[in-house]
Design a protein around this ligand. Structure first.
Ligand SMILES: Nc1ncnc2c1ncn2[C@@H]1O[C@H](COP(=O)(O)OP(=O)(O)OP(=O)(O)O)[C@@H](O)[C@H]1O
Ligand code: SF4
Ligand SMILES: [Mg+2]
Length: 340
């Protein structure tokens, strides 16, 4: 097996708040190999963007980061901001829904590509720069005839695609794409997925792909990680996880998508928890249809189930579970609701 490009170990991110720390990412571990695409899914507020930003050291002021993000022999969590800054662009790429950097309205598109490439690859000739830029712009559906236009001459959607092209022209080895397609139409979405596919085929780019669209995950990702309340509760090859989900949350999430085209929308009852005071034990227990006695008592162990890693008391040897722990959980709320 090839060495991972990025190896994340027990990553934690806290935000400060008046009520106490918001544990948005709370002990996340995964690897990403060259050319691999990992889809990151989960309901809103489960910590996906925080994880994507945390991996790249791009958190807002005041956020705290702990654990390891190993990249080329160093831990980015403890690296200096300067060292990370140097890696950004040529090594670590970002595609965010709301770009952190904007196109400079005073410069032609050609100048912005030239500036980016000259900064990071000073050896390139003017012709190489033009060739590389036009290639990636074309892949994003921007015709070469527009290369010397100014940002205001493009529509919002086109500007967004130009931003993505600008992030990809440096051929970074690792890219975080945080919902790059939600604001785009279907055609553009297909183009972006196409270009991301080209990148990994041609340059072995590894991708952390954050999305709510499980269809895109099925189409474009090799592996999937399912996030709930700051933890990855299940991860494994996409085909396996989608065919045989092992965590109740994954099942519910899949059901809420699949039923869109069948019997109507299935909602997972309740909502993801407050990350300042998450539920005890398994964080999914208040909403879990399979909850057992052990679930609110103890944090579940991570176990391997086939090719998947799953954090749920339904799996693993009986020795792990206290006596009677796998009996169904009796919920108090149910008796109250019966009165009505
Ligand atoms: N700057 C911040 N300060 C305080 N709390 C924050 C901040 N950013 C995010 N959070 C909180 O951290 C948690 C995780 O947020 P995050 O944006 O990472 O979730 P997400 O999975 O990306 O959601 P979505 O699918 O809606 O994009 C949420 O409870 C959110 O309110
Ligand atoms: S540990 Fe228990 S509550 Fe959590 S997902 Fe598994 S069965 Fe459900
Ligand atoms: Mg997000």
């Amino acid at each position: 097996m090839t060495e991972p490009v990025i190896s994340v170990r027990d990553l934690r991110v806290w935000y400060g708040s008046e009520r106490g720390p918001v544990r948005a990412v709370d002990g996340v571990t995964f690897d990403l190999r060259p050319g691999e695409t990992l889809g990151l899914v989960g309901e809103s507020g489960c910590g996906k963007s925080t994880l994507g930003r945390g991996v790249l050291g791009l958190l807002p002021r005041g956020a705290k980061l702990a654990g390891e993000v190993n990249y080329e022999g160093r831990n980015l969590v403890t690296a200096s901001p300067k060292a990370i800054q140097r890696l950004r662009g040529p090594d670590l790429g970002l595609i965010f829904q709301e770009p952190l950097t904007r196109l400079n309205p005073l410069l032609r598109i050609s100048d912005q590509f030239e500036e980016t490439l000259r900064t990071h690859e000073p050896g390139l000739s003017k012709q190489d720069i033009r060739h590389r830029s036009i290639e990636v712009l074309r892949a994003m559906g921007i015709p070469p005839t527009r290369y010397r236009a100014y940002p205001h001459e493009f529509s919002g959607g086109m500007r967004q695609r130009i931003m993505i092209a600008l992030a990809l022209v440096l051929r970074p080895s690792f890219v975080v794409a945080d919902e790059p397609t939600t604001a785009l139409d279907v055609l553009v979405e297909a183009q972006i997925i196409g270009i991301l596919g080209d990148l990994r085929r041609n340059f072995d780019t590894s991708l952390l792909f954050i999305t709510h669209n499980l269809g895109i995950v099925a189409e474009a990702c090799d592996r999937v990680a399912v996030m709930y309340a700051g933890r990855i509760v299940e991860q494994g090859p996409v085909t396996e996880v989608f065919a045989r989900p092992q965590h109740p949350y994954t099942r519910e999430l899949l059901r809420s998508t699949i039923s869109l085209s069948t019997t109507g929308l299935h909602y997972i009852p309740g909502a993801p928890p407050d990350l300042i005071e998450p539920p005890s034990g398994c964080r999914f227990h208040p909403r879990c249809p399979s909850a057992m006695r052990v679930c609110p008592e103890q944090f579940p162990e991570q176990v391997e189930v086939g090719p998947q890693r799953v954090e749920c008391w339904l799996h693993g040897p009986d020795e792990l579970v206290p006596e009677g722990g796998r009996e169904p959980l009796v919920r108090e709320e149910i008796t109250v609701a019966d009165e009505a």
